[in-house]
Design a protein around this ligand. Structure first.
Ligand code: FAD
Ligand code: NAD
Length: 403
């Protein structure tokens, strides 16, 4: 029997965009229609949207992890655990740390990395909330500072000072978790709560710039009551081994600096020669790159313009998951010689957690506060698990206690 070679699809990255593209393809492709390979650094997918919790130590990082083999049928989709080093789009090849991969169609889904804006000392001296490995380091580091405090003759307060740089959604969700965790750490390490400082520094005049003012006020008041100090209209200019240098050359000593000041697309994309803007590819309406008809981009590596306001959609899991549906469909359209469809994100709303049982959010025109918003956030999280792995995954990894 003559074996006809099937078109090869390679998906790089198994975050929201990549794993959902693979999951949708495995459902929708015909048997023997295409050969799909998924490449990821780890053999697990993690819930990036939960990472502020293990970073603070309010959740174990294993709860955020889902083994790829548990949600992807390895008989239908080939999985390679490896690190992408470079893509050579003109040669239709991907260079991995331990080999190479050839493709006919490619999906770039390598996610985000911290945007450092050239701030001196940031890369060397600040932590970032980016992956399971990065947040494990933050939690361990903070615990070590607390454990060290009573061992130092002069009881240095900077050991107990945590600076969070940037009060966008990541910064706010992280200080919300820290406010929960710090009283536990104080108890564990015999430290008075008033020695500990959580300082959230924000360059804009307000935290969560652009978000609903009433909700922002509610969130700020709540977090201030829990001991978070906000420094708005204040730029972090430099991060040193001892802390940060702020706007007017003010030094704040802190043993822990966590940068949540913005993200950009994975630099592998720009380094591979794709056209980018802050690391993100300005994709066509069908999610393909401007230059390559066989390369799609999904998630935080894609720059999508919201035509209603002529500004980019913020890079979110919500958009990545929706775009994955469109990309999987368009991949099969392309293979089948059909017309490709346009994709426009349908933004349902935004909900930000503020620690245990508290959140703020806007869903449609409705504003949500407190425990209602917090329950809504858990419903959103569980819905994703349901889409990826059905009720079994919700049961295993979901946030089942809504209130
Ligand atoms: P990612 O989730 O970053 O996944 C990228 C994948 O690629 C990872 O699995 C990684 O291991 C893999 N990878 C990276 N580099 C390589 C390489 N070289 N080789 C192989 N594999 C590689 N958005 C929302 O919509 N709602 C929220 O509530 C929300 N909360 C958030 C909370 C936090 C703390 C953070 C940091 C972000 C949050 N976001 C939220 C934003 C959201 O997490 C991102 O938009 C989303 O993760 C983007 O998905 P992605 O698939 O593009 O990338
Ligand atoms: P962001 O870009 O949204 O916020 C970064 C913040 O840092 C901004 O407010 C900015 O003014 C500030 N900043 C930048 N440089 C600074 C400096 N030198 N000094 C002080 N402040 C500085 O980034 P993010 O919060 O990491 O969010 C990334 C993406 O993930 C966004 O699209 C966001 O919507 C999404 N996200 C969503 C949720 C949610 O829906 N609950 C949670 C987290 C993240």
């Amino acid at each position: 029997m003559i074996q006809v070679s099937r078109p090869k699809i390679a998906i790089l990255g198994a975050g929201y965009g990549g794993i959902m593209t693979a999951a949708r393809l495995q459902k929708e492709m015909g048997s023997n229609e295409v050969e799909v390979t998924l490449v990821n650094k780890h053999d697990y997918h993690y819930q990036t949207t939960w990472l502020h919790e293990p970073a603070a130590g309010t959740m174990h990082h294993d709860k955020t992890r889902i083994m790829i083999k548990d949600v992807i049928d390895m008989n239908k989709i080939k999985f390679i655990k490896d690190t992408v080093v470079e893509v050579k789009p003109d040669e239709k090849r991907v260079i991995l740390s331990n080999g190479e991969l050839e493709y006919d169609y490619l999906v770039l889904a390598l996610g985000f990395e911290p945007a450092t804006f050239g701030i001196k000392g940031l890369k060397e001296n600040a932590f970032s909330i980016r992956s399971v490995n990065s947040v494990r380091k933050i939690r361990e580091h903070i615990e070590y500072q607390f454990a060290s405090y009573n061992n130092e003759a002069d009881r240095r307060d900077d050991l107990l000072t945590i600076i969070v740089g940037g009060a966008g959604f990541t910064g706010i969700e992280f200080v919300g978790e820290l406010a929960e965790r710090v009283p536990e750490l104080c108890k564990e390490f015999d430290i008075p709560r008033d020695r500990v400082k959580i300082i959230n520094v924000e360059a804009s005049p307000t935290v969560l710039p652009g978000f609903d003012e009433e909700l922002v006020e509610y969130g700020m008041n709540l977090l201030e009551r829990k001991g978070v100090e906000f420094r708005t209209s204040t730029m972090i200019k430099e991060v040193t081994e001892d802390g940060v240098i702020l706007g007017e050359n003010e030094e704040v000593k802190a043993a822990t600096v966590v940068w949540t000041g913005g993200v950009q697309g994975n630099s592998i994309v720009a380094n591979s020669g794709f056209e980018t803007n802050r690391g993100r590819v300005p994709v066509r309406k069908d999610q393909r790159t401007p230059d390559y008809d066989n390369v799609f981009v999904v998630g935080d590596c894609a720059l999508l313009i919201n035509e209603e306001i002529d500004r980019p959609f913020p890079p979110t899991a919500q958009v990545a998951i929706q775009a994955a549906g469109a990309v999987s469909k368009n991949l099969l359209n392309l293979v089948r010689g059909k017309e490709l469809e346009s994709f426009t994100p349908d933004i349902k709303g935004t909900v930000a957690s503020l620690g245990k049982g508290e959140a703020i959010g806007k869903v449609g025109n409705k504003k949500l506060y407190g425990s209602t918003a917090s329950a809504m956030k858990k419903v959103i999280d569980n819905r994703y698990l349901f889409m990826l792995g059905g009720p079994g995954l919700v049961w295993k990894k979901g946030k089942l206690k809504l209130f």
